[in-house]
Design a protein around this ligand. Structure first.
Ligand SMILES: *[C@@H]1O[C@H](CO)[C@@H](O)[C@H](O)[C@H]1NC(C)=O
Ligand SMILES: *[C@@H]1O[C@H](CO)[C@@H](O)[C@H](O)[C@H]1NC(C)=O
Ligand SMILES: *[C@@H]1O[C@H](CO)[C@@H](O)[C@H](O)[C@H]1NC(C)=O
Length: 503
């Protein structure tokens, strides 16, 4: 289960980061004057003293964290004059001593920002903007009331607008159990949605002007534009808000007001709550293409057809999505294309798509008759360095079918610890060069899909050792040349020839 979550999560982090981060100069993770630096020794003490603290969990090697740092500092300086106080803090979650703290807050990617209220008693994920003014505005709103009272048409207009999700409770009085449950949920979800409450449905821009009993009206900038709901059990209400706020087709283009829904797409309630096999279908094309309207209308039909059946739909402009495109290992000449990723981490691809392909292809997918698609670099023609290059398409042959003892490193090109390890692995490989039963190999895990049910790769570098007889284990020993050689010698299987020779 954990690995499933992390697959979605990594896509999610990538996209959120590519959306929100304004390009900034490659700065240091510099410590300025306004952001508090916390660590395991003073975290609880500091947080418990404040009604409202935002904590950024970062890692020194993380590029998005470096981009955020000057914006975060500037926001902290703006907010330092705010009443009531809004404290911005940061924790280096990469430090060994802070890892317990990071795990307590379920940090799975960097940067992750948490809002801590009531001396740390309530914790919410920060999903707001990532540039200084946006951060400051968002947080100012977060310290006010969770739900805004609507007393005029003007109030309603200001709150609701055309671009976002707003959840409004209509009551005959601001008391009673329904109102209490609504307020409770508003407090819980306030970092994700805007909430309002009113005594008069006539003030609202859409929907019936009178309601029969307490009603929640959710306004949204897509599909049916508003939905009413009258079950005030907290869980039911929460499920309703989560589900109603996912568009039937999520648009992923350059318009930043669509981006919160993209984030939602990758964090969809199906995936979280119901644990049904759920999948995301993503259709990528150039939005300025002649066929855009034909694709869009077919795609919307399909989305309607599959509503509630565990597939969510996204329509992406390649122009605005280069990074997502690269992430999936896709090429320009494959577009227009549709790719499905399901919660098991399997991917399915239909390149060079035409509008009429969509329906039959999805049917093949749901029938289970499609073969998964695997991202892979080409198998290298020349592979004569001491450390052999393995790619997605050669993994099976080199590691599992070779009958050899294989030490395999999963690395990422940007990872500093991998760069440190590279010359050491080279030396290890050289020391086994005359031993044909041992292979030292590496795989760029950002450019190749790996079977997640076999390899649990959560960080880089991750090393695995597979003995000739097929015993597979993660290597978590020392990173010195001698440690690794020692391990291989102890765990390798001897081949038949060697066995005979020794007798
Ligand atoms: C917390 O402790 C760290 C390390 O000792 C220190 O650098 C930091 O300034 C402290 N922060 C606060 C708010 O006291
Ligand atoms: C309020 O929520 C609680 C917890 O879900 C539930 O037991 C109660 O029945 C709800 N009240 C109303 C009026 O729906
Ligand atoms: C497989 O590896 C594990 C961990 O290194 C070890 O405990 C076990 O004995 C090995 N099994 C065989 C059959 O070699």
């Amino acid at each position: 289960m954990a690995s499933r979550v992390s697959i979605w999560f990594s896509v999610f982090v990538l996209l959120v980061s590519s959306i929100n981060v304004i390009s900034a100069e490659e700065g240091e993770g510099q410590s300025g004057e306004f952001v508090l630096t916390l660590d395991h020794s003073n975290f609880s003490e500091t947080v418990s003293k404040h009604a409202f603290v935002v904590v950024e969990f970062y890692a020194p090697w993380c590029g998005h964290c470096k981009n955020l740092a000057p914006e975060y500092e500037k926001a902290a300086s703006i907010l330092s004059r705010h009443d009531p106080p809004i404290i911005l803090a940061k924790v280096d979650a990469n430090e060994e001593v802070n890892k317990e703290l990071a795990s307590e807050f379920e940090i799975r990617g960097f940067p992750t920002l948490k809002i801590l209220r009531n001396g740390g008693k309530n914790v919410q994920e920060y999903k707001g903007p990532r540039e200084a003014d946006g951060i400051a505005e968002f947080l100012k709103k977060q310290v006010g009331p969770a739900s805004a009272v609507i007393q005029s048409v003007e109030d309603a207009g200001n709150l609701i607008g055309e671009k976002k999700i707003v959840v409004v409770g209509v009551f005959s009085e601001f008391s009673g159990e329904e109102f209490a449950n609504f307020s409770f949920l508003a407090e819980k979800l306030r970092s994700e949605y805007d909430f309002g409450h009113t005594l008069d449905a006539k003030l609202l821009p859409r929907g019936e002007s009178s309601v029969n009993g307490p009603t929640v009206r959710l306004f949204k900038p897509f599909d049916e534009l508003f939905v009413d709901f009258q079950d005030f059990h907290v869980d039911a209400l929460e499920k309703f808000v989560e589900e109603a706020s996912v568009p039937s087709v999520t648009l992923f283009d350059k318009d930043p007001s669509n981006h919160p829904f993209v984030v939602k797409f990758f964090n969809s309630p199906n995936a979280k709550v119901d644990k049904v096999i759920s999948a995301g279908a993503m259709l990528f094309l150039y939005f300025n293409s002649e066929l855009f309207d034909a694709f869009k209308s077919k795609y919307h039909d399909v989305a309607k057809h599959y509503k509630g059946k565990g597939i969510s739909f996204l329509l992406g402009d390649i122009e605005a999505n280069q990074r997502a495109f690269e992430y999936f290992g896709l090429k320009d000449d494959q577009a227009p294309l549709i790719i499905i990723q399901n919660n098991d981490g399997q991917k399915y691809l239909k390149p060079n798509l035409e509008p009429d392909h969509i329906v039959p292809w999805l049917k093949e997918y749901t029938d289970g008759s499609l073969k998964p698609f695997k991202k892979s670099e080409p198998i290298p023609e020349i592979n004569n360095e001491p450390v052999k290059v393995v790619v997605g398409d050669s993994l099976q042959d080199v590691v599992f079918n070779s009958g050899k003892n294989v030490l395999l490193e999963f690395y990422a090109p940007w990872c500093g610890h991998c760069k440190q390890l590279a010359p050491i692995l080279d030396e290890v490989a050289v020391s086994f060069e005359s031993d044909t039963d041992v292979i030292i190999a590496k795989l760029d895990a950002t450019a190749n899909d790996i079977p997640r049910d076999t390899f649990d790769v959560k960080g880089y570098p991750t090393l695995y050792f597979k003995s000739a007889s097929g015993n597979l284990s993660q290597y978590d020993g020392g990173r010195k040349k001698e440690d690794i050689i020692d391990f291989i010698q102890k765990n390798r299987d001897k081949t038949i020839q060697q066995d005979l020779g020794e007798r």
